[in-house]
Design a protein around this ligand. Structure first.
Ligand code: PPE
Length: 307
């Protein structure tokens, strides 16, 4: 059960958690043409709180909406403000924010007509996405039997609700078979991403992540590309195959929910020593310092607020 907070921002107003309801003929509920975001806020060492890369997340939300031709009636600045207020009104110093833009009820049929475009921002406390030990010990994954989207089937640059049917199928399969998560291949057979994370391999100190073809342009991914370079690592965006993953020294996932999660086993093959490797650990350590406001160099990635 999701841990409830008290209020949800709903079309410009705060409503009680229990009253944030929609009609069963809500268009997006039937056809999936909505867009969303996942954003984390962290309590910082200076006693304040900060939403990590809020502006970039809201920009991606509006980009996603634009790709789907949804006209969001709010500016990026208004959405930033609403996100901060959602944390404040709920008295939350840290947690997960979920903005969602959806097509409301009106006409039925795939053409959305003039149905209202509705926007919500919910927030709730969310701990480690892949389990308590995942961040430290690493997880076990399998290659999914489901391919990731072809770029002309779904719009992969957009975080579209309907895109996640593919993720749900893949995740269900992985969990049913006793794995923590899965690795998905694109329609050409190259490694793509996890059901809700970007993926990386490390071999001989060099880091690779798939280019932005079939994968979501992760904001954590963007942060790690900058951070890894700043730390002196070679990091490239390049296609690779599943067997290259098997022989990697280290494999890890990144995402807002997953943060930076080491992968210790892929398709029953141990990766490296079977625990988080040195590059993964270093990036993870530095990432957690940045989100806690302990590295001035990345101060503009933090959107501070007080509760
Ligand atoms: N790929 C996918 C498919 C994805 O869903 C996410 C985020 C990422 C990559 C990483 O993107 P970013 O968060 O910007 O670094 N997945 C969100 C939803 C997870 C969920 O189960 O819900 C998230 O991490 O918030």
């Amino acid at each position: 059960m999701v841990q409830q907070s008290s209020k949800i921002w709903f079309d410009g107003k705060f409503v009680d958690w229990a009253d944030a309801k929609v009609h069963v003929l809500t268009h997006t509920l039937h056809y999936g043409a909505g867009v969303f975001e996942g954003i984390r806020a962290y309590e910082c060492k200076n006693g304040k709180s900060a939403i990590f890369r809020l502006k970039e997340h809201m920009r991606r939300l509006l980009d996603s909406a634009h790709i789907l031709n949804l006209k969001v009636p709010y500016s990026q600045e208004e959405l930033n403000k609403a996100a901060v207020e959602t944390m404040q009104v709920n008295g939350m110093k840290n947690g997960y924010l979920r903005p969602l833009v959806f097509v409301g009820a009106g006409v039925m049929g795939v053409y959305p007509g003039d149905n209202p475009i509705q926007t919500i921002i919910a927030a709730w406390p969310w701990g480690a996405y892949l389990g308590k030990d995942a961040l430290e010990k690493g997880i076990r994954i399998k290659t999914s039997s489901f391919s990731r989207h072809h770029v002309n089937v779904m719009m992969t640059k957009a975080k579209v609700c309907g895109n996640y049917v593919n993720s749900v199928l893949a995740k269900q399969e992985a969990v049913a078979e006793g794995f923590d998560e899965c690795m998905m291949l694109d329609s050409h057979g190259f490694v793509s991403e996890g059901s809700g994370e970007n993926i990386y391999i490390v071999r001989d100190g060099k880091i690779k992540t798939p280019p932005l073809n079939s994968v979501l342009p992760g904001i954590t991914r963007n942060s790690l590309l900058v951070l890894a370079k700043d730390l002196g690592y070679e990091i490239v965006e390049q296609n690779f195959t599943r067997d290259e993953v098997y022989v990697a020294d280290e494999v890890f996932f990144s995402g807002t929910a997953a943060e930076l999660t080491p992968i210790r086993e892929v398709d029953h093959r141990q990766i490296g020593e079977g625990s988080a490797g040195p590059v993964t650990k270093k990036l993870q350590q530095e990432f957690f310092k940045i989100v806690a406001g302990e590295n001035e160099k990345y101060a503009d990635w933090l959107y501070y607020y007080e509760v």
